[in-house]
Design a binder for this molecule. Structure first.
Ligand code: KG4
Ligand code: ZN
Length: 474
């Protein structure tokens, strides 16, 4: 029987990250309230912290990646912030400590892979429990691996949405506890902004504006990133995200889900014939940049049923012949799933260049961007359009604390943070969580009628909040 205990894995690498802070106002924690120029001098708003000399880690030179080397030489990265990032929006409990010069001091991820494999998806209550079990240890490990204590931090960044409320709450409460105890500012981070901005930690030349394709288990977004906190949504999914389609295909093919459905399909697809099954490419007739993966999922399920494949029989126990059939389905599914991405990106690049001719980069990030086939195909697309593809390394594409800390740093620099919570919070203190929180405003040409009709927004988009705040505090 698989253990319920999440697997804890720690890696230390050397990239940067950024975080954003939260603030408690009369029992309500509000994020992004402080976009005022009054708060811009963040270095003096809070008492200056003395940084330990261990921040200049002696290992820095010897272990620095090309990525962090380029960052260190950039003037943007010269301030001396150290931020803890906490991520619990879905099924991974992650924490990391990052310096504003681009060095990743620690990165810890505790995955709920065993739970996922057992239940075939994320069950919010169980995911919350798993986060609660490991959050203290994950954060402690991140600090220990960085050779720091909470007192050395400049700020704490934490994901406040989008995601599962129960799960987000675990991370936010932990962040607030630390921030209150050590009088640290808090940055509330948008999970999808973090997936996009992590690319700026890896690629020194990546300036705004740029395009981003963000592909994960719950999101399929094509955005034009005008600036920090300012995104134009060119396309999104009208039903499922590509990661969900990978995960279900893996489950129906009886694959071992303990790593991730996507990684299992990627590996199996290498053994199959991608032309063997002619799945149709979604939304061909829609000349926009939106996505749909529900229909492809159905096509895959029907193909599996028609070949009498029993998902109850694990792949390793299937006959050689049936393993071949399963590999063919995996490869054919992947070809068409990615073709859909390619077609939408082609169009989105045209649209984006009409709006912002100076765009030079397409960022591809989120869990599915760790897939080598996806990267290779999208590389072809951007090359045709004389753009550059920027893909963070796989460990920074899947959910991680580094991207939260880095997004925190970028926002913190602009004064977008909240002051430390009070040492004692009222029992009924409501935490600001944003389970459904769009990243940007929809581009008129790309609006999907089908999607708009069923979209109940709980929060205004990050972009509209940023802009409203600019008007209040020009
Ligand atoms: O960004 P992420 O870690 O979490 C969410 O925010 O959803 O993305 C998780 C998704 C899962 O659907 C997983 O199957 C997929 O990313 N994924 C992959 C690969 N690695 C993870 N999909 C395709 N190929 C991979 N190698
Ligand atoms: Zn994610």
């Amino acid at each position: 029987m698989a253990s319920l205990a999440p697997t804890l894995s720690c890696t230390i690498s050397r990239l940067n990250l950024l975080a954003e802070l939260s603030h408690n106002h009369h029992r309500t924690i509000r994020f992004f309230r402080t976009l005022s120029s009054k708060l811009r001098p963040q270095k003096s708003f809070y008492p200056r912290r003395s940084f330990k000399s261990s921040f200049s880690s002696p290992n820095f030179e010897s272990t620095s990646s090309n990525c962090s080397k380029s960052l260190r030489s950039s003037p943007v990265f010269n301030d001396n912030l150290v931020v803890l990032g906490i991520e619990t929006s879905c099924d991974d409990t992650a924490a990391a400590v990052v310096r504003s010069n681009g060095e990743i001091l620690s990165q810890v991820v505790s995955s709920q892979a065993d739970l996922l494999a057992r239940y075939g998806g994320v069950a919010p209550k169980m995911a919350e429990e798993a986060h609660s079990q490991v959050i203290d240890q994950v954060v402690q490990d991140a600090l220990d691996n960085a050779n720091l204590t909470e007192a050395d931090l400049s700020a704490v960044a934490v994901t406040i949405g989008p995601g599962l409320s129960l799960c987000l709450r675990v991370g936010v409460q932990k962040a607030r506890k630390i921030a209150a105890s050590y009088q640290l500012p808090i940055v509330g981070v948008h999970h999808m902004e973090a997936h996009a901005l992590i690319a700026r930690l890896c690629e020194r030349d990546l300036q705004f504006p740029f395009m981003a394709l963000l592909i994960s288990g719950g999101h399929n977004l094509l955005v034009l990133a005008h600036d920090l906190g300012h995104y134009l949504q060119l396309g999104t999914t009208i039903d499922d995200a590509i990661g969900e389609a990978y995960d279900k295909t893996a489950k129906w093919l009886g694959l071992d889900l303990r790593r991730s459905g996507g990684a299992a399909i990627e590996e199996l697809a290498l053994r199959g014939d991608a032309e063997s099954i002619n799945f149709s490419v979604p939304m061909k007739q829609h000349k926009d940049c939106n996505f749909s993966y529900a229909g492809l999922k159905t096509q895959v399920r029907l193909a599996i049923e028609s070949k009498n494949i029993d998902a109850g029989i694990p792949f390793s126990s299937a006959s050689i012949e049936e393993q071949g059939l399963r590999a063919d389905i995996a490869a054919s599914f992947q070809r068409v799933a990615v073709l859909h991405l390619e077609e939408r990106c082609e169009r989105a690049i045209q649209w984006a260049l009409e709006i912002e001719p100076s765009i030079k980069h397409l960022v591809v990030s989120g869990g599915v961007a760790s897939n080598q086939y996806v990267r290779a195909r999208l590389h072809e697309v951007v090359a045709k359009n004389s753009l550059q593809l920027v893909c963070p390394p796989p460990s920074l594409c899947t959910d991680n604390g580094v991207m939260i800390a880095w997004t925190g740093i970028e926002n913190f620099r602009l004064g977008r943070f909240d002051p430390p919570p009070p040492a004692v919070e009222p029992e009924d203190c409501q935490v600001d969580l944003r389970p459904r929180w769009p990243l940007g405003e929809e581009y008129g040409r790309g609006r999907s009628v089908a999607r708009s009709m069923r979209t109940a927004r709980i929060h205004p988009s990050l972009t509209s909040l940023t802009q409203a705040s600019r008007h209040q505090h020009p």
